[in-house]
Write a protein that binds this ligand. Structure first.
Ligand SMILES: [Zn+2]
Length: 343
């Protein structure tokens, strides 16, 4: 039966690691790489359960089976042989924290055959902390599996990277995110029944990360997301359709004046304009922002290609200026001027 059936996406990776577990060929240390909300911690926990599962050599059972005592304990975070380290409220994971963990690695398991050390935010380990971990990665104590979790391997020293196998979690396809949300979330089912593309908006904003999609599914966050999308859509619609300066201004100045919020709006803004540019060339291309493909195509068809590129550049410039601490009012004014009809 399938490996990690409760983990959505990354099919090839699940099959590869499941096979390694079943044949006892797992390495002693892995780096699970993926953006925030992509399921790194969930996958690490499932690997621990698979390794400890009493039915792991039984091809007729899913892996992990989810039913045996070891699976149940690990999957509900109750096993004393699964150790987590993360940065908590701090900016970094310190060398002292890693040394403590190393001491812990030398002890014997209490209930399982293997002990698991899951280091979340591994890329937040200071260089001395990473160096302290090196010895454990090189000469791991018997019966220890180390799982490093990081958004990107770039934050790790080359010496650490070379001693672990990297498992990269892939974004989950849109349809699979939808199926999963409808299965597990009453809030998702409610949005779907309300219609109007609300659930599609949440799925689009998650960019294939189940954890992000689930985090959006509270009434407050949904409302904020839908409002942001509406504001962004209005700016792009005004700019792409070549509206008058006054109309563009109205749309642009509806963007938030608070810097962090404004910066957050530039992400979907740039994705939206990118969608229109891509649609000009390939009508079936995957879209990052728009959920109404027909509407987006209509908008793209009406706009001149060079005009769209110009809007894209103007949004990028404005976003850079926000990041560089420029004056927000000046930035918005320049943006409105740059994307309105007379320019
Ligand atoms: Zn099991």
């Amino acid at each position: 039966m399938g490996c990690f059936p409760d983990f959505v996406g990354s099919d090839a990776l699940r099959a590869r690691i499941g096979d390694a577990v079943r044949r006892n060929r797992l390495s002693h240390a892995y780096l699970i790489e993926g953006p925030e909300g992509s399921g790194k911690r969930t996958f690490a926990r499932m690997i621990a359960a698979a390794v400890s599962c009493e039915r792991r050599e039984d091809d007729d059972a899913p892996l992990p089976c989810g039913e045996c005592p070891a699976c149940k304990k690990i999957l509900s975070d109750r096993s004393t042989d699964v150790h987590y380290l993360d940065r908590g409220d701090r900016a970094t994971v310190s060398v002292d924290a890693v040394r403590d963990l190393r001491r812990e690695m030398a002890l014997s398991p209490t209930e399982l055959d293997t002990r698991f050390f899951i280091i979340d935010d591994a890329d937040a380990m200071t260089p001395p902390a990473q160096n302290a971990l090196l010895i454990s990665l090189e000469e791991p104590p018997a019966g220890v599996l180390i799982l490093l979790l990081a958004e990107s391997a770039d934050g790790l020293l080359p010496t650490v990277r070379s001693r672990v196998q990297t498992l990269r979690l892939e974004p989950v396809p849109t349809e699979d995110v939808r199926k999963y949300l409808l299965r597990v979330s009453p809030e998702a089912r409610k949005l779907e029944s309300e219609g109007g593309g609300k659930l599609d908006a949440v799925i689009a904003a998650s960019h294939g990360r189940i954890g992000v999609a689930l985090a959006y599914l509270t009434p407050k966050r949904e409302a904020a997301l839908l409002k942001m999308r509406e504001t962004v859509q209005n700016v792009i619609a005004a700019a792409a359709s070549g509206a008058r300066y006054a109309d563009v201004c109205r749309a642009v100045f509806a963007l938030p004046s608070k810097r962090t919020e404004l910066a957050a709006h530039f992400v979907p803004l740039i994705e939206a304009i990118r969608d229109l540019i891509v649609l000009k060339r390939s009508p079936d291309a995957p879209l990052l922002f728009y959920v109404d493909r027909a509407g987006a195509r209509e908008l793209a068809d009406r706009a001149d290609y060079l005009r769209l590129v110009k809007i894209y550049d103007a949004c990028r410039d404005a976003s850079d200026a926000v990041d560089a601490n420029g004056n927000v009012q000046t930035i918005l004014t320049s943006l409105a001027v740059a994307v309105s009809r007379q320019n």
